[in-house]
Every structure is written in structure tokens, then in C-alpha cells.
Design a protein around this ligand. Structure first.
Ligand SMILES: [Mn+2]
Length: 166
């Protein structure tokens, strides 16, 4: 089973659409958004086309919390506050926008999660530490680094990849 991973879309509709298209083509079973969506209208304009279940946490730039929750709720997605974890096929996934480095390290070193997903830095990175895949899919918007990216994790193979959106 594959999961789609995306963060920091920051209202870039074209890149978010491309990511949704890739997630649909790759037939991901779930998609995780690690925050900084910004505008609620991104739900009906872009993420409505996503075929998989979508879980979202807020980022520090998400301000319209109530309307974001409402509009994403209308397309069947779930905004889970600032942090979220779920078990899929016996593998625990953690999702948050950011953590202090020492706290993030402690969560990684706990070995309790198969996959840890976060964003915020806008820098794409994949690490495998013990049995945990730690993935920052980078920024889907591409505004800060010039690299617009998302990610896909294969939970069966325990492999992750970064995908360039442009
Ligand atoms: Mn951001």
C-alpha cells in the first residue's frame, strides 16, 4: 500500500493539482498533508479530485482554521489539529507540521512509528533511522527553494521517494 505525502502547498494551485494527479495515478490509499495549506478554497478547487482519503494537520501559516476544517470536511478530508497518528496495516504513521529538533529526534528514536511525516522547513528530505522512515516532502509550492516536491511512501516495501512537480 502506498501513501501520498505533501506539505506547504501555500495556495499554489497548479502544483497542488499536479500532486493530486500523481497521487491518483500512483493509486495511493491515503494522503497526508503536513500543513500550510492557507486558503480553504484549495479544498473544492484542487483536493476534491483526490481519490484517496486525506488527513491534514495545520501549519503555522494556516489561519482560517474553522473554514479550512469546514471546506475540507465537505470533500471528505479530515483536519486533525496540529498532530495526528494512525495505524495502517499494523504500521504507525505520525503527522505534524514541525517539532523542536530534540523532540523530533526523541519521537524518531522511540521506534514506535513506521513513518514520520512533517514539513515546515520547505526542504525535501528522506531518512531511514532504525525501522522508521522520516520524510519531509518539501514544499509543493516551490516558493522558497525553487523546487516543488511531494512524496510517496510504499508501506509494504518501506521505501520512500520524493517527486518533483515541475
Ligand atoms: Mn510553510
Amino acid at each position: 500500500m502506498k501513501i501520498g505525502v505533501i506539505s506547504d502547498t501555500h495556495d499554489h494551485l497548479d502544483n497542488a493539482r499536479k500532486a493530486v494527479q500523481i497521487f491518483n495515478e500512483e493509486k495511493v490509499a491515503y494522503t497526508f498533508h503536513a500543513g500550510d495549506i492557507i486558503s480553504p478554497f484549495v479544498a473544492p478547487l484542487v483536493f476534491k479530485e483526490l481519490k484517496s482519503k486525506l488527513y491534514i494537520v495545520f501549519g503555522n501559516n494556516d489561519g482560517e482554521l474553522l473554514f479550512l476544517t469546514k471546506k475540507f470536511g465537505e470533500i471528505g478530508a479530515e483536519i486533525k489539529g496540529n498532530q495526528f497518528s494512525i495505524e495502517l496495516e499494523g504500521k504507525k504513521i505520525a503527522l505534524f507540521h514541525t517539532l523542536e529538533p530534540e523532540i523530533l529526534d526523541a519521537v524518531i528514536q522511540s521506534n514506535k512509528f513506521a513513518v514520520i511525516i512533517y514539513g515546515h522547513s520547505h526542504n525535501a528530505e528522506i531518512k531511514k533511522i532504525n525501522n522508521t522512515i522520516v520524510i519531509n516532502p518539501g514544499e509543493a509550492c516551490g516558493y522558497l527553494t525553487g523546487k516543488a516536491t511531494c512524496g510517496i511512501v510504499d508501506l509494504d516495501k518501506m521505501e520512500a521517494k520524493i517527486i518533483h512537480l515541475k
